[in-house]
Design a protein around this ligand. Structure first.
Ligand SMILES: Cc1cc2nc3c(=O)[nH]c(=O)nc-3n(C[C@H](O)[C@H](O)[C@H](O)COP(=O)(O)O)c2cc1C
Length: 145
């Protein structure tokens, strides 16, 4: 059974999960965007929160949307303003996940993601959601995988 982790990470939590899943036999595909959020905390939060709220379409860099060879697809996204991050949401729209086993790994400061959960239940019924609270800091969280 072939499996892949497709994810975005701005500050490293997603990267840590990717390292873990790579050891478990997952292929890894990181989503990259042309323009990252600003470095300053305030502008980062304002810009990312706003983009997530309006479902902003990012320009992805060299993103391979082909997943036909995989049985299992795990989508990883940080939570922005309770939603999927815009890089992950943009990439997700290009994936044909029909008949795949799909899991969403959501990493966040709070460990919950109300709007993202509603979106996933509505658009990807049958998929699984795992919430992790800052796995880079909270090492125990990785055991949820
Ligand atoms: C723009 C922005 C918005 C965020 N909004 C939320 C939020 O609504 N709820 C939450 O629990 N954490 C929120 N966070 C925190 C991140 O989801 C959290 O730090 C996550 O682990 C980051 O993953 P990464 O290091 O892979 O980028 C936000 C972070 C950013 C940058």
């Amino acid at each position: 059974m072939k499996k892949i982790f497709i994810y975005y990470s701005l500050t490293g939590n997603g990267d840590m999960i990717a390292d873990h899943l790579k050891r478990d036999g997952y292929d890894i595909r990181k989503i990259k965007v042309k323009k990252e959020l600003p470095k300053s905390f305030l502008f980062k939060m304002l810009s990312g929160g706003f983009k997530a709220a309006i479902d902003y379409k990012e320009t992805l860099v060299d993103f391979d949307h082909e997943v036909a060879e995989y049985d299992e697809v795990v989508i990883g996204s940080p939570v922005w303003n309770s939603r999927l991050s815009t890089p992950a949401a943009t990439a997700l729209k290009t994936l044909d996940l029909t008949d795949k086993k799909v899991t969403f790994l959501l990493y966040s400061g709070s460990g919950s993601a109300k709007k993202a959960t509603e979106f996933i239940h509505k658009n990807y019924p049958g998929s699984k959601i795992v919430n992790l609270k800052e796995p880079k800091k909270e090492k125990e969280e990785i055991k949820k995988l």
